[in-house]
Structures are given as C-alpha cells and as structure tokens.
Ligand binder design. Structure first.
Ligand SMILES: Cc1cc2nc3c(=O)[nH]c(=O)nc-3n(C[C@H](O)[C@H](O)[C@H](O)COP(=O)(O)OP(=O)(O)OC[C@H]3O[C@@H](n4cnc5c(N)ncnc54)[C@H](O)[C@@H]3O)c2cc1C
Length: 316
C-alpha cells in the first residue's frame, strides 16, 4: 500500500541548517549540480554570526567578522545554485525512501543532511542576553579566550567542559574564577587534578551567578550568591564563560534517528556522517560534543555532502 504524503516542495537533496556545516555542505552539493534546498532555521548563518571576530578560521590571517564569514559562505553556495528557505524543521518522518520535513511548510527529499548545530544552555540571569557575543559573555574559550589576555574572567560550571575552559583561559588571563554550585567538581579526576595544580584558577564553591553586570558596553562584574550561607557578593571581571552544557538542536529528528542521552545525533561507526537511515547524513555541532569549532563543522559538512552525493549516485 502506498502512503500518500502531502508536501509543498520536493528536492533531490535538502540541508537543514545554515551554519558552517550546513553552508559548506550546500557549497559541495551545489557544485555537484544538485541544487540543494537549505532550510536556514531560526538563526541564519548559525552560531558564528553571534561573534564579532573569528581569528582561527584558516585563510583569514587578519581575522574576519563572524557575520561576514557566514555571509560569504552563503553567497558561495548561492553562486553554484543552492536555494534558501526561511523555515525550520519541526518534524522529520519517513515515507518509504522519501524523507519528509515539516516546518511552517512541508518538504520532501531523497537525501537529507542534518546540520542543525546546538544552542548553549542559558543560565537565565539578568545581563546574560545583553552582554552575549563580543560584550563579555561567551560560550567558547577556544574562540574568545585570546580577547581576555591578562584579564580576569569567570567560568560557570563544574564538568569537564568548564574545567577545560578554565585551564585554557589560564594561559591568557591573570585570574580565572570557576563558579560552581556544588562543593566538588563533576569533571574527570585528571582534569580536576590539573585544575588544582593551576594557581591562576580559583574555584568558588557552592555559588551561583545571579546576574551579569556591565556598563552598557561590556561586562564589568558578576553577582554571586553562596548557596549554603546565602551571602551575596559582586566579583569584578571582564568576561564570563558559560559552560553548563549545550543542547543539540535535534528534537525534530529523535523519532527517526539515533541520539545519545543528551540528544547528539549518532553516526555509523565506520562513517560518522552517515546514519542508519539510508540517505540521511549528519554534520557539525549537532553531532560533535567534543571539538565544536567552525572549521570542524565545515569539514564534516563537506564529508556529509560528498557522502550524500555518492549515495544519490548509487541510487540510479
Ligand atoms: C559566541 C561564539 C563564538 C564562537 N567563535 C568561534 C571561533 O572563533 N572559531 C571557531 O572555530 N568556532 C567558534 N565558535 C563555534 C562555532 O560557531 C561552531 O562550532 C559552529 O558554528 C558549528 O557550526 P554548525 O553548522 O554545526 O552549527 P550552528 O552554527 O549552530 O548552525 C546551526 C544552524 O542550524 C539551524 N537550525 C537549528 N535548528 C534547526 C531546525 N530545526 N531546522 C532547520 N535549521 C535549524 C540554525 O538556524 C543554524 O543556521 C563560536 C561559537 C559561539 C557561540
């Protein structure tokens, strides 16, 4: 029995997401003559559009603005025939070999690349949004640490990522505070030992951030509360690195694809950009909980596109 599926638009190949992974995949697919349809999602250009300066993307010795870099990738994909739609996937389903993506409209395709990235887990305090991205609130020490050379910064969190961020920042900064709600770290012992052996890092136990303060332009301090004594304090600093976790944007795909406990998509062991569903490929930060860098996302986007192109060729 054939299943009737209503869809507004059919494409041979679609890409979900317009960050580094999605746009790189689109460039490769478009150059292969496949005219991919890209669903840009709620954040066209992805996470990098929220950072003023990118200094570690190869090919830009003087750095490049995050927004400009993503705009260039989009133009490059469009030049070869990629098409963009301002919609976001709300549900993914399968109808035989067809992949059906429902957002505000419905889309169908034969091959699909999911590159929907991840969102930082907010701490939800006043000032967080106001000073996010180039104004003192960051979610990436590898990306932004160098802007805080000789400065005083705070890292919020107590897991592996928070400790790694603090250790990385201690190379640049004169003082790094680690603000953690518990009295011990959740991080692995080796990282915890390294932290304990780094005098520049000072843990502030049993404390939570209640607010991020600034002068309208940049962060100047954070407001803290001690969870046991209730004592409130203000800690002057020029940067706050949030490391309480990221949330992969994969809700819409969880019924169809394998995800780990935190929602990251899982690829095949012998080909991490392929999934158990033939014709669905995955790339970027919605898969990668470890590296989370633009060049890595772009690299896996290229891999996913090549894999999709080969899969499509094998179907005729
Ligand atoms: C402030 C900041 C600064 C950074 N600086 C650097 C840096 O200097 N160097 C570096 O290498 N890395 C940096 N990074 C990390 C880098 O931005 C990410 O590793 C990279 O953007 C990941 O690319 P991605 O395409 O996988 O995901 P993202 O950039 O997260 O893009 C995801 C895309 O998917 C779309 N989307 C989400 N949900 C859906 C949906 N349901 N349907 C359709 N589309 C959807 C979004 O709109 C977005 O376009 C920084 C990150 C941040 C937050």
């Amino acid at each position: 029995m054939s299943l009737l599926v209503s869809m507004d638009e059919w494409s041979e190949v679609m890409v979900l997401g317009s960050g580094c992974a999605g746009l790189t995949a689109a460039i490769y697919l478009a150059r292969a003559g496949l005219a991919p349809l890209v669903l840009a999602g709620a954040q066209p250009g992805g996470q990098l559009t929220t950072t003023a300066e990118v200094e570690n993307f190869p090919g830009f010795p003087d750095g490049i603005g995050g927004y400009e870099l993503m705009e260039r990738l989009r133009r490059q994909a469009e030049r070869f025939g990629a098409r963009f739609v301002g919609d976001a996937a709300e549900e993914l389903s399968l109808s035989g070999e067809k992949k059906i993506v429902r957002g505000a409209r419905s889309f169908g395709c034969r091959a699909l690349i999911i590159a929907t990235g991840s969102s930082h887990r907010p701490i939800g305090v006043p000032g967080e949004r106001e000073y996010f991205g180039g104004k003192g609130v960051s979610v990436c020490a590898t990306c932004d640490g160098a802007f805080y050379r000789n400065g005083t910064v705070a890292v919020v969190g107590g897991g592996d990522v928070a400790v790694e961020e603090a250790l990385f920042l201690s190379r640049f900064c004169q003082r790094v505070y680690l603000v953690h709600r518990r009295g011990t770290l959740r991080a692995t012992k080796i990282l915890a030992d390294r932290l304990a052996a780094t005098p520049k890092i000072l843990p502030l136990w049993h404390r939570i951030v209640e607010g991020i303060e600034g002068n309208g332009q940049r962060v100047t301090a954070i407001a803290l509360r001690h969870l046991e004594s209730g004592e409130r304090s203000v800690l002057p600093c020029s940067g706050v690195f949030l490391a309480i976790g990221r949330i992969p944007n994969t809700d819409f795909a969880e019924k169809v694809l394998a995800c780990d406990a935190d929602g990251y998509l899982i690829g095949l062991e012998n080909n991490p950009v392929a999934t158990a569903v033939p014709g669905i490929f995955i790339a970027g930060d919605c898969v990668d909980r470890t590296y989370r860098q633009a060049i890595v996302a772009a690299g896996t986007g290229a891999q996913a596109a090549i894999a999709a192109e080969r899969w499509l060729a094998s179907q005729v």
